[in-house]
Each structure stands twice: as structure tokens, then as C-alpha cells.
Design a binder for this molecule. Structure first.
Ligand code: ZN
Length: 336
């Protein structure tokens, strides 16, 4: 015999309560108030478990059960095997729970996959140019202390390369006035090899070994430099730096101190572990600038060939050159 409970019943039309009796059976709530009715227990909005106050349950047809004696209700609910209404609700909506879990997982994945680059882009846009230049010059200082030595090229040769680059930039259709760059000649460690890289703020470093590698092909050297200028123009150095040190960058924005951001930056920049997308952007700009300056983009092929030859000789040796690989894709791109 299922326990019964006497309480007030409002039929939803009249404001006057009727005396009624309820009991649970076969998953249904049975109501006896003159006439009898029954409702699926899952469609009744059961009262939440509270310490005080009366208990009210809403019926699916708009009726209301009201029990002033909370203790009597609770005893009846327990005796009837009525589970905690909240638990009942969750179990009934297990599909919704599953959906919520899946959405949460998707959100976590999106944050991991796209959140950091997106946030980095927003920060980069918010950073003033002066901050970017500060980051660049501090990075260069760091590299000069740990990785780089003064160039041993003679001043005339450096001057020639810088002039040639200036003319190329001026001759190209790219808005040169908007570009701030500075060429720095350095002798790098053996690990750096023939290399060029762009730091935030437009500092472009090229190693003596690169100049020597392309000594008989000054146009190829220019091709490498405009590629680096592509990284400068799209602020890739800053974007990557912020992305890899997102937390430090946020701290920098707040307190104006970039040291946390700078800690791991120079090695990263020297490696130029740019994404393929960044490389494509830089290559696209290099291609355009060479074209508009009247040079063939094919000059880059010479650079690729020589880098590939070096890499073939030093297999197994960790090389920073591999950050700008002569992939078939790049060779095809500059062959057009
Ligand atoms: Zn690059």
C-alpha cells in the first residue's frame, strides 16, 4: 500500500483550495479530490527540498498541490520513494547533461586551439608601437650579450647591402613610410649559421655567414631581407612573443614591465619557429616586393639551394636553418 497524503489542491481555475489526497503508484501521481486524476510523476514540478515553509508541487495541467505541513510532506515523499527533486530533474535531462559536457569539452578545445592566437592578436593590436620597439631593442641587447658578436664584414660591404635594401623597399609598392626597420649586421655563433631574423619593432638581424653564403648573389640576399621585412610588417615577432608568453604579456600590459615576456623570447626569435601561416605571409610580401622592384622572385631559389646544400652536409647537427626550410611549396611559390 502506497502512503497517502492529505493536502490542499488548487485546480488552476478557482482560488479556493479543495481537500485532496495524493499517492504515487506506477510512476504516476494519483490525485483524489472529488474526481480522480493522475499525472506522470516526471511531469510534476516537485518542490525543492527546503528546511522550512510549506511544500508546493505544480501539476502539468496548471493545478497546484499545497501542503502546509512540511514534515508530513517530507515523510510522505520519503515513504513513496520520491527521490530528491533536483536529482530527479538531472536524471530526466541526462541528454542535456551530456550536451553540456560536450559543449564544455568543445569550448576547452577551442580555447586551446584558437584562444591563445586570438588573444595574442588582440594584445598585439592594443600594444603601442613604443612598447613593441622596447621589446625589440631589449631582445637585441639580450642576443648581443649571449648569442651574437659584432660583424667582421667591412663597413663598405655593409653599407652597400643596406643601401641596396633601402632602394628596393623604396621601389616596391609596399607603403615604406609605414614600415620601421633597422638592419643589424652581426657575427653569429656556428649554431645560427647563415641566418636572418626579425625582432619586434623592426630590428632585422643578418649574420655575416649569410652575407658570405650569398656573396655572389646580392639579389638573393635582398630576397631574404624582404622576407624578414614581411615578418616585420605583419608584426610576427611580437605576435609570436605574446602568444608564447601570453601571461607575461598581460602582466606587461598592466605594470609596464616586459621582462617576464622577454625571458624566453630571444631564443624563440632566433629560431624563428614561425607557423607556416606566418611564413606564407612573409613569402607573399617578399614575392610582391621583389616583383614591384623589378627583380625576379626566382632569386630566392639560389638561397634555398645553398641552404639545402649546407643542411645535406650537416645531417644530425641541430641547425637553426631548418626554421626556413626550402620546402617544395616555397620553391614552387618563388618559381612563378
Ligand atoms: Zn620567415
Amino acid at each position: 500500500m502506497n502512503p497517502r497524503l492529505r493536502l490542499d489542491y488548487f485546480d488552476g481555475h478557482s482560488a479556493r483550495p479543495q481537500s485532496a489526497e495524493i499517492w504515487l503508484s506506477d510512476g504516476h501521481l494519483h490525485l483524489s479530490a472529488g474526481a480522480e486524476a493522475q499525472y506522470p510523476a516526471g511531469e510534476v514540478r516537485w518542490p525543492e527540498r527546503q528546511r522550512h515553509g510549506q511544500r508546493q508541487a505544480q501539476l502539468p495541467d496548471g493545478g497546484l498541490l499545497s501542503c502546509a505541513d512540511a514534515a508530513a510532506w517530507d515523510a510522505w515523499a520519503q515513504g513513496s520513494g520520491l527521490r530528491d527533486p533536483l536529482a530527479v530533474h538531472w536524471t530526466q535531462s541526462w541528454r542535456r547533461v551530456l550536451l553540456a559536457v560536450m559543449l564544455l569539452l568543445a569550448l576547452l578545445f577551442a580555447c586551446w586551439r584558437w584562444g591563445a592566437p586570438l588573444a595574442a592578436d588582440l594584445i598585439v593590436q592594443a600594444l603601442p608601437a613604443s612598447a613593441e620597439q622596447q621589446i625589440g631593442s631589449q631582445s637585441l641587447d639580450y642576443l648581443d650579450r649571449h648569442w651574437l658578436q659584432p660583424s667582421t664584414l667591412d663597413a663598405d660591404q655593409r653599407e652597400q647591402i643596406a643601401r641596396r635594401f633601402e632602394r628596393l623597399v623604396a621601389a616596391s609598392a609596399v607603403d615604406a613610410a609605414a614600415l620601421r626597420y633597422q638592419l643589424h649586421f652581426r657575427a653569429g655563433s656556428k649554431l645560427l649559421g647563415p641566418n636572418a631574423f626579425a625582432l619586434p619593432g623592426g630590428e632585422i638581424v643578418l649574420t655575416d655567414a649569410l652575407v658570405e653564403l650569398l656573396h655572389d648573389s646580392p639579389d638573393a640576399l635582398q630576397g631574404v631581407l624582404v622576407h624578414e621585412l614581411g615578418h616585420v610588417r605583419h608584426r610576427h615577432g611580437l605576435r609570436m612573443a605574446v602568444q608564447s608568453g601570453l601571461v607575461g604579456a598581460l602582466a606587461g600590459l598592466v605594470v609596464g614591465d616586459f621582462s617576464a615576456l622577454l625571458a624566453g623570447l630571444p631564443a624563440l626569435l632566433a629560431q624563428q619557429a614561425y607557423s607556416r601561416d606566418f611564413e606564407r605571409e612573409a613569402d607573399t610580401q617578399a614575392h610582391q616586393m621583389l616583383r614591384s622592384a623589378g627583380l625576379s622572385p626566382r632569386v630566392m631559389l639560389q638561397f634555398f639551394e645553398r641552404i639545402a646544400a649546407i643542411e645535406a652536409r650537416q645531417t644530425g647537427v641541430p641547425s637553426l636553418l631548418s626554421s626556413h626550410p626550402a620546402t617544395p611549396e616555397r620553391i614552387a611559390f618563388f618559381s612563378q
